[in-house]
Design a protein around this ligand. Structure first.
Ligand SMILES: Nc1ncnc2c1ncn2[C@@H]1O[C@H](COP(=O)(O)OP(=O)(O)O)[C@@H](O)[C@H]1O
Ligand SMILES: [Mg+2]
Length: 258
C-alpha cells in the first residue's frame, strides 16, 4: 500500500506551500472572505471547520482558480495565482488535486480510463505508464478488481474512492477535499475515510480538508482552522481545538456538530 513519494518538484518538507494574504471575496454585497490570512506548510494535513455558508468551499475554489479574489494575494509553491497568465494557471492547477462532495466521474468511461484520462492528455504520460499507475492507485483505494466497471455500476463510496484515485493520478502536491463523504449513505462513509487516513499516513501529500467528520479530522490533522464570518477565528492542533477550544464560537459549533 506504500505510495511512492514522487512529485515532479517536491516541496521541501515544512516549507510554506499555500498562503492567503488578506484575501477578500465578495459575491455581490455578501462578503464571504474578509481579509483572510492563513498558510499551509508542505506535507501538512490541515482541516477547515466552520458553519455551513461560511466560505470553506470558496477557499478551495479560489485555490483551484475557479473564482477570483476581490482583494489580497494567494500563492501556491511561491507562485502567485492572481493575476497569472493562462500558462501559470495551468501549472498551478497541475499541483492541486480536488475531490468534491459529488464524485463527478466521467459516466461514459470505465474506471481505469477515468483515472488515466488526465495523466495521458494533460501530463502527456504514455498509456501504459498511466494504466500501471492507475492500477496501483486502485489497489491503494481498495478497488483493484473494478477497473472495467462503469461508474454507475459502483456504490457512491466506491465512486468517491475512484475520484480520490483519479485526483492522485496527477501526482498533485496538494489534495483539496471538500466534504467528500457528505453525499454518501452512512454505511459507506467509513470506507472512504479509511482510504484518506491511509493516504495521510503513507504519502507526503499536503492535504487541505473541509469536513464535518470530527473524529477523522482529529485523526489526520496537524492543524485545525476554525473558520467563521470570513476569518479564521481559532487555530491549533486537533487536541487543542477539539479538547479545549478558546473561542466561544468554536465551542458552540463543536457542540452542535459533535
Ligand atoms: N458563485 C456564487 N455566487 C453567489 N454566491 C455564492 C457563490 N458561491 C458561494 N456563494 C455564497 O458564499 C457563501 C459561502 O459559500 P461556501 O463557500 O459554499 O460556504 P461553505 O462551503 O462554508 O458552506 C454563501 O453565502 C454562498 O451562498
Ligand atoms: Mg462547502
Amino acid at each position: 500500500m506504500k505510495e511512492p513519494a514522487s512529485h515532479a518538484n517536491p516541496p521541501v518538507d515544512g516549507s510554506e506551500l499555500i498562503r492567503f494574504d488578506h484575501v477578500t471575496k465578495r459575491f455581490g454585497s455578501n462578503t464571504v472572505l474578509d481579509g483572510l490570512d492563513f498558510s499551509v506548510d508542505a506535507g501538512k494535513h490541515v482541516t477547515l471547520i466552520g458553519p455551513s455558508g461560511s466560505g470553506k468551499t470558496t477557499i478551495l475554489r479560489l485555490l483551484m482558480t475557479l473564482v477570483k479574489p476581490d482583494e489580497g494575494t494567494i500563492t501556491v509553491a511561491g507562485d502567485q495565482l492572481f493575476p497569472a497568465s493562462e500558462k501559470q494557471v495551468r501549472e498551478v492547477r497541475k499541483k492541486i488535486g480536488m475531490v468534491f462532495q459529488q464524485f463527478n466521474l466521467f459516466p461514459n468511461m470505465k474506471v481505469l480510463r477515468n483515472i488515466t484520462e488526465a495523466p495521458v492528455t494533460v501530463l502527456g504520460m504514455s498509456k501504459d505508464e498511466a494504466e500501471q499507475r492507475a492500477r496501483e492507485l486502485l489497489d491503494l483505494v481498495g478497488l483493484a478488481d473494478r477497473c472495467d466497471a462503469y461508474p454507475t455500476q459502483l456504490s457512491g463510496g466506491q465512486q468517491q474512492r475512484v475520484a480520490i484515485a483519479r485526483a492522485l493520478a496527477m501526482r498533485p502536491q496538494v489534495l483539496l477535499l471538500d466534504e467528500v463523504t457528505s453525499a454518501l449513505d452512512p454505511e459507506l462513509v467509513a470506507g472512504v475515510l479509511d482510504v484518506l487516513r491511509d493516504i495521510a499516513r503513507t504519502t507526503d501529500i499536503t492535504m487541505l480538508c473541509v469536513t464535518h467528520e470530527m473524529n477523522f479530522a482529529r485523526d489526520i490533522s496537524d492543524q485545525v482552522l476554525m473558520f467563521d464570518s470570513g476569518h479564521v477565528i481559532e487555530t491549533g492542533p486537533p487536541e487543542k481545538i477539539f479538547g479545549d477550544p478558546e473561542h466561544e464560537r468554536t465551542r458552540e459549533f463543536l457542540g452542535a456538530v459533535l
